[in-house]
Write a protein that binds this ligand. Sequence first.
Ligand SMILES: C[S@@+](CC[C@H](N)C(=O)[O-])C[C@H]1O[C@@H](n2cnc3c(N)ncnc32)[C@H](O)[C@@H]1O
Length: 280
Amino acid sequence: MKNSALVFSCTCALAYFVKTSPTFRSFLGLPATSETSSNLAVWNGKWSSNTTRWQREEIHHTLLKHYDAVLKGRGKILVPLCGKTVDLHWITGKGHETVGVEGILKAIVEFGAENADRISFDSQTDTGEYKPFFETFIGSDKSTSSSLKILHGDFFLLGSSISSTFDGVWDRASLVAIEPKMRPKYASTMGLTMAPGAVMLLSTFWREAGDPKALKDGPPYSVSEEDVKGMYEGLDWVESVELVETIDYVRDKRFEEDVKRWLNAGMTEFKELVFVIKKK
Ligand SMILES: C[S@@+](CC[C@H](N)C(=O)[O-])C[C@H]1O[C@@H](n2cnc3c(N)ncnc32)[C@H](O)[C@@H]1O
């Protein structure tokens, strides 16, 4: 491990223990950590036990394929429920002001340590314009100097914090990660935070056929074209919802490893669906 990564990891490990201590937080007058939010309990367990199978080492194929047509040239990009995705530094490296939102501190700390060669990263508890969040991790791309912020806290706080800020959104493994009953609130949060004329590139995973329990369980939850259209079409801020690509994993050689895992889990047909959602 390089020195900068080691120093970052040690600082963050110390910060992690201090910042998640209820006594210390109450001493500083900070709210309880997001790890105690009911929206995040299940994710705290996954990160604590390193059960993060959604994590990819490569930039996501859908982002690479649709970036030029959908997000290129747009200023500020939101990556909701960002985990420690490498897509964050790729988007920042393209010159965008990038903002990720992640509820579990361990994910952010690991992102900082694993990307220390590309992003210089620091944390601050004065969250400025993002007031309800517990802290903001502020970084910048070492080659382009573009800024990357990761907000630590529950995504559903975002709508009460800022409005009409983001010119683009990259949603992968985010909508599918939230409980289906939270979808209306998720959509309204997106509507509040997207700027007029903004676009969202959305990738969902649709488990089309298989064992009924496996189809229903989550996270990740299965999200079909009807689900996305039911969620977004008809909202007063939405101009259009377009399905731009369907990837049939079972018949696509690129996904052989994913297919084995999903077949083992009882699914027989599953597709990635890619949407472009435009705000008026
Ligand atoms: C399935 S992972 C996907 C991460 C990332 N989008 C990616 O593609 O690798 C979902 C992430 O969202 C975080 N998360 C879940 N619910 C959240 C919430 N309400 N607010 C903030 N983060 C949340 C989890 O901790 C987890 O890191």
